[in-house]
Write a protein that binds this ligand. Structure first.
Ligand SMILES: NC(=O)c1ccc[n+]([C@@H]2O[C@H](COP(=O)([O-])OP(=O)(O)OC[C@H]3O[C@@H](n4cnc5c(N)ncnc54)[C@H](O)[C@@H]3O)[C@@H](O)[C@H]2O)c1
Length: 326
């Protein structure tokens, strides 16, 4: 198992170099870890390195990282198409291949065969049970969920998820590593579908779509309610803290009144099926819920990233937002 000392700069292997793998390799490298990034196709690796560069240039423009440090970080990333080479000497593995159990299970069996039992094997699965991902390994105790949120180089939260056989040591080492690379980890102690982040998100979305469907509010206004009201405050004060500040009795009364009235829909909202039937799949087809003209998506992404970067600066200014004990 990784010691406290070795967690600081231990060699990391990132397997899969798509949307998530590239940003994750970048974050480990920026934190000083030597990273081997593996994908089967050379083009994927080249695209991943370009993505790291673009991500870093944006961070440099917004003065979150220095150019010289960014270059040094890129120098710590070695790309390879060979899995064995990627894994040689790795103390921690972050798996980021597509969300398919039929791909992840054989990969984890192979990772388990190739690496010594003290190497931690993490999966970035969004929805598959960690226990299932680890099914064909001889050492499931070192398999742990390590779930990042997109864009991985900007969102602080990562979930550290315990499979049925994950050891305390693997949980603790992964949690410490996440902290050391500047992320805000939480421990998810049950291997439940959607873990915690996606369950909370979908629970809120269920009510969101219900309110829209019954005509209580337009979708656009509901987005304002979340962005300017709840999301804004939740960045600073969570529901438990808010209950204390508002008064536990008042809070309990509202909960008792509203819980029975909230949507308990189990079917997905018709909105997405209707849009999909029209070929409106979102930004990638020029329209989904909203319309996108030339350059719109790039502008929206740049604005999103700028605001997320500004918020990272706020977190740096107020460390207690990340950790109330600080
Ligand atoms: N995209 C997101 O928003 C997001 C967020 C959190 C977690 N995740 C999870 O992260 C994982 C990766 O998602 P992504 O969006 O980066 O996917 P992606 O399709 O962008 O990238 C997957 C990469 O894996 C490679 N690959 C495919 N099969 C492989 C195999 N058998 N062995 C090795 N490499 C293989 C592909 O070439 C590609 O580079 C998934 O489990 C996904 O659920 C994604």
């Amino acid at each position: 198992m990784m010691s406290d000392n070795s967690t600081a700069k231990c060699p990391v292997a990132v397997v899969g170099a798509g949307t998530m793998g590239a940003g994750i390799a970048q974050i480990f490298a920026q934190a000083g870890h030597p990273v081997r990034l593996q994908a089967r196709k050379r083009e994927t690796l080249e695209a991943a390195l370009r993505r790291v560069r673009v991500n870093q240039d944006e961070l440099i423009r917004h003065e979150l990282i220095a150019a010289v440090g960014a270059e040094a970080a890129r120098g710590r990333i070695t790309v390879t198409q060979d899995l064995k080479e990627a894994l040689a000497g790795a103390a921690f593995v972050s798996e980021n291949i597509p969300e398919r159990l039929d791909l992840k299970q054989p990969l984890f069996a192979e990772l388990d065969r190739i690496t010594p039992p003290e190497t931690i094997l993490s999966t970035n699965t969004s929805s598959l049970p960690i226990t299932q991902v680890a099914r064909d390994t001889k050492h499931p105790e070192r398999v742990v969920g390590f779930h990042w949120f997109n864009p991985p180089h900007l969102i602080p939260l990562v979930e550290v998820i315990r499979g049925e056989r994950t050891s305390d040591e693997a949980m603790d080492a992964t949690y410490r590593l996440a902290r050391a690379i500047g992320k805000s980890p939480i421990r998810v102690q049950k291997d439940i579908p959607g873990f915690v982040g996606n369950r909370l998100q979908r629970a809120l979305e269920r009510e969101f779509f219900y309110l829209e469907r019954i005509g209580a509010c337009s979708g656009a206004d509901l987005e304002v309610a979340l962005k300017q009201g709840l999301g804004f405050r939740w960045s600073v004060v969570g529901p438990l803290e808010h209950a204390d500040l508002a008064g536990v009795d008042t809070h309990a009364a509202t909960v008792a009144l509203l819980f029975p009235l909230l949507s308990n829909d189990t079917a997905p909202p018709p909105l997405f099926a209707n849009l999909a039937a029209q070929g409106r799949l979102g930004a990638k087809t020029g329209g989904g819920v909203y319309e996108y003209g030339p350059g719109d998506v790039e502008r929206i992404l740049a604005r999103r990233n700028t605001m997320l970067i500004d918020f990272i600066k706020v977190l740096r200014k107020h460390p207690s937002l990340r950790d109330p004990s600080e």
